[in-house]
Ligand binder design. Structure first.
Ligand code: ADP
Length: 476
């Protein structure tokens, strides 16, 4: 980064604005000057033409001695107005000798025509010619002259020259230059000052946003940027920022809540282990008592292991990236395999598995994740069903969805608990403790894995009648 880099957008914008405005003013001034100059010259040319026409008229209408006199009169009249008139006669075809000044101008004492001979010839060929001639002896300013050809009936050709000094025009132009060169920087200065002030005002809200944002830290995420009801870009920025902070606040809140839950859940088995050890170590025990204590500790350690394992899984499954590895997966195969695995446990409890319907359906997904989902649902079904009960499993097609249904004839879930069963660590009733070996994370995992597979989970249940879990996967 160059050390000269200007940090403030305000200053940078003002500089750009000044440069661009400066260029525009320069171009406008040049244009103004040029068009003013050409309009002055055009109006002078018009007057010169008009006078030349008048002289032509006199030459054409009158006999020579008379028009000479007349022209002299006209000339004298115009001299006061600083117009100079002289008439040249062109004899023969070409050559210097052929041009004579028959009515010379007293003021233009020098010889105008030799200098402008080329122009005279051009004028003879076409229309009138205009030339600027400078006579150092007369003035530093040039004289504008019209060369106006007049051909009499007799065939005699004259060149009427009418001229005037451009002094006044040049003086006006000089004045204009002075005015423009004073006004331009002044305008530039004024408008850049105004521009800077406007920008300062416009950026004021940004500063206040920056100040508020500075104050918002992880400690005080409840603060919000005040958009003051603005509907412009700044308001939009403030709203976007507020939404971001809102999400951040929510997730910080969730993290805090989650870590609280986790600590609590991990603490219970640890407290049990510690209590068990305390009691056991209080006095000498025989081998059988030690064994019992160990078994109890072992159970709690297993519980801890399950909780930690599930938590790890949940934190990984959060990753949307796992979708990248999704492929065509035979849902029916996974379901049949998981039922097989669960059968041993079910047999022990005297719970019967019934496969109702099994269509060979494929979905887009991940084998291991789906195994976990199905295992959790089946595990709950067996866990919360008493001996003699049954678990019915089916997989069928419903339009473009695969409908997986697992229905048990177990204890069911009370109505008021249904909305919470997907919450982390939620267990319906701690008194059903013998049954709930679980950590309360099983259904959280089910829902998370389902969401990753674009699937919906629906649980309906009736106390003492049973529970039905339906997962709707989009078919591949
Ligand atoms: P857990 O690991 O404790 O089973 P889950 O998240 O899997 O936790 O389930 C949450 C709660 O929902 C359980 O504690 C249980 O009370 C209830 N539940 C889930 N499935 C069933 C079911 N099939 N029958 C009865 N209750 C169920």
């Amino acid at each position: 980064m160059s050390p000269m880099r200007i940090k403030s957008i305000r200053v940078r914008l003002t500089l750009w604005y000044v440069v661009i405005l400066g260029l525009i003013i320069l171009v406008a001034d040049l244009y103004l000057y040029k068009s003013f100059k050409s309009s002055i010259i055009a109006s002078i040319d018009d007057t010169l033409y008009m006078l030349a026409e008048e002289v032509e008229h006199t030459i054409l209408m009158e006999a020579q001695p008379t028009w000479r006199k007349e022209i002299k009169n006209v000339r004298d009249e115009f001299i006061t107005h600083r117009f100079f008139i002289q008439v040249l006669e062109v004899k023969g075809s070409k050559g210097e000798k052929g041009i004579h000044r028959i009515i010379p101008s007293g003021v233009l004492a020098g010889s105008v025509y030799p200098k402008s001979r080329k122009n005279i010839l051009t004028a003879l060929k076409d229309s009138p010619e205009y030339v600027n001639v400078t006579y150092k002896s007369l003035s530093v300013h040039p004289i504008r002259i019209i060369l106006f050809p007049v051909i009499k009936d007799t065939g005699t050709t004259y060149i009427v020259q009418v001229g005037t000094s451009l002094r006044k025009s040049y003086q006006s132009l000089d004045k204009l230059t002075i005015i423009l060169s004073i006004a331009a920087p002044f305008m530039l200065l004024l408008s850049s000052l105004v521009g800077y002030l406007i920008l300062t005002r416009a950026f004021q809200p940004v500063k206040s946003v920056v100040r508020t944002v500075d104050r918002i830290s992880t400690e005080d995420l409840s603060l919000r940027v005040d958009s003051k009801g603005r509907a412009d870009e700044i308001g939009e920025l403030a709203d976007t920022f507020n939404r971001m902070i809102e999400r951040l606040e929510q997730s910080v809140h969730r993290i805090k809540e989650f870590s609280g839950d986790v600590s609590h859940e991990l603490k219970t088995p640890l407290t049990i282990i510690r209590g068990e050890m305390d009691v056991t170590l209080r006095r000498e025990r025989d081998g059988k008592e030690y064994k019992e204590a160990f078994i109890s500790v072992y159970e709690e350690v297993k519980k801890l292991e399950t909780i930690i394992d599930n938590l790890l899984f949940l934190s990984q499954a959060d990753l949307e990236q796992s979708r990248a590895g999704f492929e065509k997966t035979p849902l029916f195969e996974i379901l049949i395999n998981e039922v097989e695995k669960m059968k041993t446990l079910a047999d022990k409890k005297n719970v019967r598995f019934v496969i109702d319907e099994m269509e060979a359906l494929y979905i887009k997904g991940n084998n291991l994740l789906l195994e976990r989902l199905i295992m959790n649902v089946l595990d709950n079904a067996v866990k919360y069903t008493s001996a003699g009960g049954e678990v019915k499993v089916s997989l069928r097609k419903d339009n473009d969805h695969a409908l997986m249904e697992i229905r048990d004839s177990g204890i069911g879930i009370p109505k008021e608990s249904l909305p919470h069963i997907f919450d982390r660590f939620y267990r319906v009733d701690k008194s059903r403790a013998d049954r709930s070996r679980g950590s309360g994370l099983g259904l959280s995992i089910v829902r998370q894995v389902a969401a990753l597979h674009w699937a919906e989970v629906d649980v309906s249940s009736e106390t003492d009648k049973g529970t039905r879990v339906i997962v709707r996967f989009p078919i591949l």
